[in-house]
Design a binder for this molecule. Structure first.
Ligand code: THU
Length: 132
């Protein structure tokens, strides 16, 4: 699976976004270490806070099927330029794939290489030192 193929999977998923409130569609495609792809789109809700981002949908689909090892994620949006994950998604991604790569696409159609570490260099960590 190339970066371009993963970006294309994210674009396919973006078409399913449910965005009656923002009109802003996002698609994500998550590549597992075993080569499987899980996709996600943002799904908004009439109770706005219940909205879930595309990145978390893709990741939680995989985790809920017992998959825990991830290689990379591609994220695209209807902005047709680089759309970085929101702060909540950065923290969620960092808990499950801190060594993972991230791919975006800019307005010229070029793939931008990034990583979870790059977008969240100082992740929150709830490990208690000396915990038994
Ligand atoms: N959204 C995502 O799906 N991913 C992000 O990382 C940023 C925001 C969605 C949430 C909402 O449905 C819409 O984009 C506008 O904020």
């Amino acid at each position: 699976m190339t970066k371009r193929e993963l970006i294309n999977k994210a674009k396919e998923a973006k078409a399913f976004a449910h965005v009656p409130y923002s009109g802003f569609s996002v698609g994500a495609a998550l590549l597992t270490k075993s080569g499987k792809v899980y996709t996600g789109c943002n799904i908004e809700n009439s109770s706005f806070g219940a909205t879930i981002c595309a990145e978390r949908i893709a990741l939680f689909k995989a985790i809920s099927e017992g998959v825990t090892e991830f290689e990379s994620m591609a994220v695209v949006s209807s902005a047709n330029d680089v759309t970085y994950p929101c702060g909540i998604c950065r923290q969620v991604l960092s808990d499950h794939m801190y060594d993972g790569k991230l791919y975006f696409e800019n307005k010229d159609g070029e793939i931008i290489d990034s990583s979870v570490k790059e977008v969240l260099p100082f992740k929150f960590n709830n490990e208690i030192p000396n915990k038994k």
